[in-house]
Design a protein around this ligand. Structure first.
Ligand code: KIV
Length: 271
């Protein structure tokens, strides 16, 4: 009988170990099964069911509107398609900021309902007690510092964070607090490369950068941005690895033209 080839799944331990071995962590977002399967087969280490699905999938301007139920719906779909990568799910706005009891209930619901391995939360000092309780009871947590899009109404824009001394010091201090609270990794979003290097040196857990320069232990991008699907969104930190929007546009034009001119389907494509 042919032996089933088993893929070695990425765990939070693998991610922590990678800081010691120096192997960079490659992470991307996904919200649907087809994308998640292709990413997984491409060797991505972490697939984040990001609350960016609010912008990318739902067409909202911010990440604020997406609900816990919607995150769970997408996370279930992604987990079903993934064999190797570690699946992490964003806790949406107001699902972990109110109190620790509610946070534990919501995080537990995410892991139980979806089969994902970890949750991600934005912020430092203000949420550190809840992070500590989650990790204590066995819920792996990824932190997220720097530009934290759920706080957009407080900051009033998407400018880089940590450019002044005070903000930079707060980011370093928050990273240490999160590490002490037991996170297995920290996302650093849109901060100066030199500050990201400092944070990366200051903590034993891996940092995963998005717009945070090359010195982080890994990198993450929103899959739709790096594929060139969200053409209107092109901050400096997004590299287009493809122009899928143009490919899709051309394919749709071609299809419509073929149908209108009676060129599709052909005899071979018919029964
Ligand atoms: O929601 C998301 O996609 C994220 C990444 C940008 C890190 O949090």
């Amino acid at each position: 009988m042919a032996e089933k080839t088993k893929v070695k799944a990425v765990t939070t331990r693998t991610i922590i170990e990678s800081k010691k071995t120096g192997e960079k962590i490659a992470a991307l977002t996904a919200y649907d099964a087809i994308t998640a399967r292709i990413l997984d087969e491409g060797g991505v280490d972490i697939i984040l069911v990001g609350d960016s699905l609010s912008n990318v999938f739902q067409g909202n301007d911010t990440t604020i509107p997406v609900t816990l139920d919607e995150m769970i719906y997408h996370a279930k779909i992604v987990v079903r398609a993934v064999k190797r990568a570690l699946v992490v799910v964003d806790m949406p706005f107001m699902s972990y900021q109110v109190d620790t009891q509610e946070t534990l209930g919501n995080a537990g619901r995410i892991l139980k309902a979806t089969g994902a391995s970890a949750v991600k939360v934005e912020g430092g000092k203000a949420i550190v007690e809840s992070v500590r309780r989650m990790t204590e009871i066995g819920i792996p947590v990824m932190g997220h510092l720097g530009l934290t899009p759920q706080s957009i109404n407080k900051f009033g824009g998407y400018r880089p964070r940590g450019e002044d001394k005070e903000e930079a010091a707060a980011i370093i201090s928050d990273a240490k607090l999160l590490e002490a609270a037991g996170v297995f990794a920290i996302v650093l979003e849109k901060i100066p490369a030199a500050l990201a290097a400092k944070v990366t040196k200051s903590v034993k857990v891996p940092t995963i950068g998005i717009g945070a320069g090359p010195h982080c232990d890994g990198q993450i991008l929103v899959y739709a941005d790096m594929l060139g699907l969200t053409q209107e969104f092109k901050p400096r930190f997004v590299r287009h690895y493809a122009n899928v929007a143009e490919e899709m546009h051309n394919a749709f034009l071609h299809y419509v033209d073929d149908v209108k001119r009676g060129k599709f389907p052909s005899k071979e494509e018919s029964y």
